[in-house]
Design a protein around this ligand. Structure first.
Ligand code: M6R
Length: 369
C-alpha cells in the first residue's frame, strides 16, 4: 500500500512530480491555452466578477494566500484570502459579482463548508478547488476544479498542497483569459513554465539527503522559526505548520519584513531559522532585503537555514546550511520551495520518534466546526 515507503507521507512527497503534471493534464488545448469547460460558471458571469474571496483552512489556506498573489497579479481583480473558520462570523461583504474559491483536499472540512454555504446565501458564486471526487464541498459549489493529486492518506498535506497551487494558478490564468486581462502569448508562456515544474520538483527530491541529515541534527531543539516574503511568506507558514503537526515543535512563520517589529527579539544563540529567499531575478528588491535579514539574524547568533535558488551567490556567506532549489518564475517558486520543508518536518518527526502519518490529536479531515 505504501509502495515500499515507510510512511504514506514519504510516498506522497515522492508522488508530487506526477501529481503536479496530472493536475495540468487535459486542461491545455492544442494552441497552448486553457480549456476549463469543467468550470461550469459561464464566461459571462466570470467577466462580471469584481472581487475574489478565497476561503480555506490549514495548508489549503496557505495555498490560498499564494493564489491571492497570482490572481491579483494576472487578473487585477481584488482578491482576499480568509480562514474559513473566521469568514462567516464577520458579516463579509458578498454579492453576485463575488467569486468565492473554496480550497479543500478532503472536500469535507466543516469550516470551509459553512463558509461556502454562507457565501452562496449572499448570492456569491462558489468554485471549489478540491481533491476528493464527489465530496460535500464540490457538491455544494457552483463548480469544481479537481486537483488530480490522487488519494492523500497522511494527515500532513503534501501533494494536495502542490496541486492546489497548480489548480489555483490555472483558475487565475483562466480568469485572465476569459476577461482579456492576460494575452494569449503570456498565458502560453506561464503554462509552459508550469509544465516544467514537475521536473523541477523531481530535481528537488533528488537532492534531499542533506536536508534529512540537517533535520536529524536538530531533533533536540525546541523551536524553529521560518521567514519569507511575498509568495515565500505562506511557504514559511506552511513549513512551520508541518513542523508543529509532525514534530510537535514550537514553530512559527513570519513575514521577514516584520522581524524588526518584534520577532527579532526571539533570536538567540544557535536558534534554527529557515529563510525562504525570493529569486534574485524576479523581485530583486525583496531578494536584497531578505539577504540583509539573514545577515541581521546571523549576527545575533541564529543558525541560518537558507532555501535559495540555484545560482544565487549573495546568500552563500550568511548561510550556515544552504538548500538549493531550481530557478522558477517568482509566482511559481512555492511549488519547489515547499518540498524541502515537507522533507525536513517528516524527518524530524521520525527522529523524534513520532508517528508520521497519524500525528497526535489530529484527523485527516476535520468534519466539526
Ligand atoms: O481537507 P482540507 O484541505 O479542507 O483540510 C484543511 C486542513 O485541515 C488541512 O490542510 C490541515 O491543515 C493539514 N493537516 C495540514 O497538513
Amino acid at each position: 500500500e505504501k509502495g515500499g515507503y515507510d510512511y504514506f507521507m514519504l510516498k506522497e512527497i515522492a508522488e508530487q512530480p506526477k501529481a503536479v503534471a496530472d493536475t495540468l493534464l487535459g486542461r491545455i488545448d492544442a494552441s497552448g491555452l486553457l480549456t476549463l469547460d469543467e468550470v461550469r460558471i459561464p464566461a459571462s458571469v466570470l467577466r462580471e466578477v469584481d472581487k475574489v474571496v478565497i476561503v480555506a483552512c490549514g495548508t489549503a489556506y496557505h495555498a490560498g494566500m499564494i493564489a491571492k498573489l497570482a490572481i491579483e497579479h494576472w487578473t487585477r481583480i481584488p482578491c482576499e484570502t480568509e480562514l474559513a473558520s473566521e469568514f462567516r462570523y464577520r458579516d463579509p461583504i458578498l454579492d453576485q459579482r463575488t467569486l468565492v474559491i473554496a480550497i479543500s483536499q478532503s472536500g469535507e472540512t466543516m469550516d470551509t463548508l459553512m463558509a461556502l454555504r454562507h457565501a452562496r446565501e449572499q448570492g456569491a458564486k462558489v468554485l471549489a478547488v478540491c481533491n476528493t471526487n464527489g465530496s460535500t464541498i464540490p457538491r455544494e459549489s457552483d463548480a469544481v476544479l479537481y486537483t488530480h493529486a490522487g488519494p492523500e492518506v497522511a494527515v500532513a498535506s503534501t501533494k494536495a498542497f502542490l496541486t492546489q497551487l497548480v489548480a489555483c494558478y490555472l483558475v487565475a490564468l483562466y480568469l485572465g483569459q476569459v476577461r482579456g486581462t492576460k494575452w494569449g502569448d503570456e498565458i502560453r508562456a506561464v503554462i509552459r513554465e508550469l509544465s516544467d515544474i514537475a521536473a523541477a520538483v523531481d530535481t528537488v527530491l533528488e537532492t534531499m539527503e542533506p536536508v534529512r541529515a540537517l533535520a536529524r541534527s536538530l531533533a533536540d531543539k525546541n523551536t524553529v522559526l521560518f521567514l519569507g516574503r511575498h509568495v515565500g511568506y505562506p511557504v514559511a507558514l506552511e513549513g512551520a505548520l508541518k513542523l508543529k503537526e509532525l514534530a510537535y515543535m514550537h514553530a512559527e512563520g513570519f513575514a521577514a519584513g516584520e522581524l524588526k517589529h518584534g520577532p527579532i527579539a526571539l533570536i538567540e544563540e544557535d536558534l534554527p531559522v529557515v529563510v525562504v529567499v525570493p529569486s534574485p531575478r524576479g523581485r530583486s528588491v525583496l531578494h536584497d532585503k531578505i539577504v540583509s535579514n539573514i545577515q541581521e539574524i546571523r549576527a545575533r547568533g541564529a543558525r541560518t537555514i537558507v532555501i535559495a535558488e540555484e545560482g544565487d551567490e549573495a546568500v552563500v556567506p550568511y548561510a550556515d546550511h544552504l538548500i538549493r532549489i531550481p530557478a522558477t518564475p517568482t509566482l511559481l517558486q512555492p511549488l519547489v520551495a515547499a518540498v524541502p520543508l515537507q522533507v525536513f518536518a517528516c524527518e524530524l518527526a521520525t527522529a523524534r520518534g513520532n508517528e508520521v502519518d497519524q500525528p497526535r490529536n489530529l484527523a485527516k479531515s476535520v468534519t466539526v466546526e
